[in-house]
Design a protein around this ligand. Structure first.
Ligand code: HEC
Ligand code: HEC
Length: 427
């Protein structure tokens, strides 16, 4: 251990000297020696209890409610779908460092957080994300809140586990652009990463495996729990948590006229199915066939996974390619008539719950009010001040779409730094 620590310091010092000679400042991509001090958290994230002295298990008031359908679709006291837990605190924290370390991309420029930014509801505020090549990918980055409850991943539901999903961005040339061999080689070459993997998987330092990388990232993502919004407080029986306008919005949302809750079913606000809505694409973008691709089924043409609406006020722009800039526009889409945005000649099998609810302007406003009650970021994990590679934590971020950037600036300026954040963790 001692020898290794010394060699890390030596390497770090050499890098600093080199950086000094080249006139570069630390943080501009030159590894620094600081990473050697990183220690993984030994406590479960908030919302989790430690069982068997080892693994973290989710605790939520919703676990008191027995069934998904207890009080009908859209009922307040309905239970949660099955959840993926059972990771150790160290594995979850290892995942946090992996998530924010741009060493995961081929050129050290992008981390998962580049496109899934905690400040932007774990999206990137863009209609289409930007990968290592600087080009846009065809779809928007979904929020990652509550992904531990999901049975399928991506807008077209083409992956069925988090581990399978992450191999998309990691190895796609237009996203993080890495290869399996290069990813393993870079992590193995890092003494700081070697030490953390050994700590997380309770083994001696040695070979890091792809499975360990995937488990760590999955563990961290399952810790992103958002189930304590004002809506939740209301659902658990505290009626004063919502204003009369917001309750009105909830009632429209659950009504047989609007039918929102048929697909965006509480408490996750998704029934996890694929639905064809006939959402328009942004100007100039080709039609996205959605789930018809992976499932090779034409009836799913233009079908997308029903997104959860948790923290939706933070994740503009909306829909699979960001066609709508605001929640008001998005909600209005539903009342403009079944198939109104489908181009001529395009045959879509639009879902039977999409029709013409003829909602009034007032009702649309109340729906937007209600959607704002689904915000809860109290368990936002802390972004590490430094990552094991010594690269810039979080990596490069593409600028959010214009309207989104403005709104985020207003929200963030009114927020106190570090309020609500995980206190016990190292950097
Ligand atoms: C270049 C931007 C970018 C990077 C980097 C990126 N993602 Fe994503 N992510 C996206 C986009 C875009 C989608 C949706 C793609 C689709 O549906 O076809 C997505 C989808 C996902 C989903 C599916 C969520 C759902 O509800 O279906 C998860 C989970 C996810 N990403 C996790 C990760 C992790 C973990 C990493 C790091 C290994 C990562 N992403 C890196 C842009 C990115
Ligand atoms: C038939 C199922 C269904 C019904 C009914 C439905 N939605 Fe959706 N909703 C979806 C799907 C699928 C998407 C994603 C569509 C896409 O990306 O093209 C979506 C997207 C959204 C989004 C954008 C979320 C994001 O992260 O981009 C909002 C907001 C939304 N719906 C609100 C509502 C409201 C309010 C109602 C009731 C007026 C409603 N939905 C009714 C299936 C449904």
């Amino acid at each position: 251990m001692g020898g290794q620590a010394k060699s890390v310091v030596a390497r770090g010092v050499a890098a600093l000297v080199l950086a000094g000679l080249l006139g570069l400042s630390a943080g501009a991509g030159i590894p620094t020696p600081e990473a050697k001090g990183i220690i993984l958290s030994k406590t479960c994230p908030p919302g989790f209890a430690r069982v068997d002295g080892r693994t973290c298990e989710l605790r939520s008031l919703y676990q008191m409610y027995a069934s998904l359908e207890d009080q009908g679709v859209g009922g307040l006291k309905t239970g949660l779908p099955e959840f993926r837990d059972g990771f150790t605190p160290q594995q979850i924290d290892l995942g946090r460092y992996l998530f924010f370390d741009p060493i995961l991309s081929v050129d050290g420029s992008l981390s998962c957080a580049s496109c899934h930014d905690p400040e932007l509801g774990f999206g990137d505020g863009r209609g289409r994300s930007v990968g290592v090549t600087g080009e846009e990918v065809p779809r928007s980055a979904p929020s990652l809140w509550n992904v531990g409850f999901l049975k399928s991943f991506f807008w077209d539901a083409r992956a069925s586990t988090l581990e399978e999903q992450m191999q998309g961005p990691l190895y796609a040339s237009g996203e993080m652009g890495n290869t399996r061999d290069n990813l393993l080689a870079t992590l193995k070459a890092s003494p700081a990463w070697q030490k953390l993997f050994a700590e997380a998987f309770n083994r001696n330092e040695g070979d890091i495996t792809l499975d360990e990388i995937y488990s760590g990232l999955a563990a961290f993502q399952t810790s992103l729990i958002s189930l304590n919004s004002r809506y939740d407080q209301y659902a658990h029986g505290y009626h004063a948590a919502l204003t009369p306008e917001e309750i009105e919005g909830l009632n429209v949302f659950r009504s047989f006229v609007a039918r929102c809750a048929e697909c965006h079913t509480p408490p996750l606000f998704t029934n996890q199915q694929i639905a064809v809505l006939g959402t328009p694409e942004p100007a100039g973008m080709p039609r996205d066939i959605g789930a018809a691709g992976p499932f090779e089924d034409e009836t799913m043409r233009g079908g997308f996974k029903v997104p959860s609406l948790r923290n939706v006020a933070k994740t503009a722009p909306y829909m699979h390619s960001g066609r709508f800039g605001t929640l008001r526009e998005t909600v209005e889409f539903y009342t403009q008539g079944r198939g109104h945005a489908v181009p001529e000649g395009e045959k879509l099998n639009i879902h039977w719950h999409i029709w013409e609810p003829k909602l009034t302007d007032d009702e649309l406003d109340r729906l937007v009010d209600f959607l704002g009650t689904l915000t809860d970021e109290s368990f936002t994990p802390r972004e590490p001040a430094r990552v094991p590679s010594g690269l810039t934590p979080g990596g490069r971020k593409a600028a959010p779409d214009e309207g989104v950037a403005k709104t985020a600036a207003i929200i963030n300026s009114s927020r106190q730094p570090d309020q609500h954040q995980r206190g016990k963790q190292t950097p």
